[in-house]
Design a protein around this ligand. Structure first.
Ligand code: FMN
Length: 260
């Protein structure tokens, strides 16, 4: 046994540790049914957007976009990058990054609902995330807040403006996050996963998020761009920035992207 060198900040820290464990089958009552089994409606695979919101089509891209097509070098060279040039990001590059992280390959029927199959894996194909962008310097895009609509392959333009300061505050004053030409914010809609996995959802949601951000790292490295996973952020400010209710949908993970 090791000697604990710190006092846990929270007396119930084991609750947090237990969240990482897979609950044994026998802890579930025999007659327990998930909302999926009860045939309750699931959330749509993509959060709907109101018809009066402008949708900007994303450009197509080809293999030519890859500056470093070799997976061995991509994995070897991948690091977290926190210093970005002031140069703008091409919309085509952004389209590639969005596809690489959350692009939808197929929507498929599942028992009592629908699922999407994407470039990243997700437990039960629930894909509980939405991708928001705070854009500062992307060719062809006005500064502002956008949401990726993977089914339409468009960007919903939610709010114009320069949100550099709000981004820095939301990212717990990590300034590089607000200076990047674009900052990815992934929100989670926990019920997408809870509908199928109930109380074991929260562990797999955290696992799912890691895959999405790793895809961003890999895609950035292949394009000669830099990114850095951000887990230290101000929950309330991040949710406020994106106008999320903080309960049914809230920010889970952030990543600025730019040229380095
Ligand atoms: C879940 C997670 C959260 C992170 N949060 C931050 C963060 O808030 N700020 C930061 O500068 N780096 C953050 N990082 C980046 C790590 O510091 C970085 O991955 C680590 O130092 C290893 O360096 P490398 O990515 O260059 O290999 C985070 C990474 C992960 C995976």
């Amino acid at each position: 046994m090791f000697e604990r060198i710190y006092e846990p900040l929270h007396p119930d820290y084991r609750v947090y540790r237990d969240f990482l464990k897979h609950l044994p089958e026998e802890s579930t009552p025999e007659d327990y049914q998930t909302d999926q089994e009860l045939a309750k409606p699931c959330l749509p695979v993509e959060k709907p957007v109101s018809t009066d919101v402008l949708q900007i089509p994303l450009p197509a891209f080809s293999h030519d976009i890859l500056k470093k097509p070799d997976i061995l070098s991509v994995l070897q060279d991948r690091v977290s990058r926190r210093v970005f040039k002031k140069t703008s990001l091409e919309l085509e590059a952004l389209a590639f990054l969005l596809w690489a992280t959350q692009g939808v390959r197929k929507v498929v029927p599942v028992k009592n609902g629908k699922a999407s199959l994407r470039t990243a894996p997700s437990a039960g194909a629930r894909h509980p995330f939405e991708t928001y962008l705070v854009v500062r310097n992307v060719t062809g895009l006005e500064k502002g807040i956008y949401r990726y609509l993977p089914l339409e392959n468009t960007l919903a333009f939610l709010k114009p403006g320069d949100f550099s300061n709000e981004t820095i505050e939301a990212c717990a004053y990590q300034r590089f996050c607000g200076l990047a030409p674009v900052t990815f914010f992934w929100s989670v809609l926990p019920y997408r996963t809870e509908w199928r996995y109930a109380y074991i959802s929260h562990k797999v949601i955290a696992l799912d998020a890691g895959h999405v951000c790793q895809n961003l790292y890999i895609a950035c490295e292949a394009l000669g761009l830099g990114t850095c996973a951000i887990g230290a952020y101000d929950q309330e400010k991040a949710d406020q920035l994106l106008n999320l209710d903080g309960s049914e949908e809230f920010v889970l993970y952030i990543a600025p992207v730019g040229n380095y």
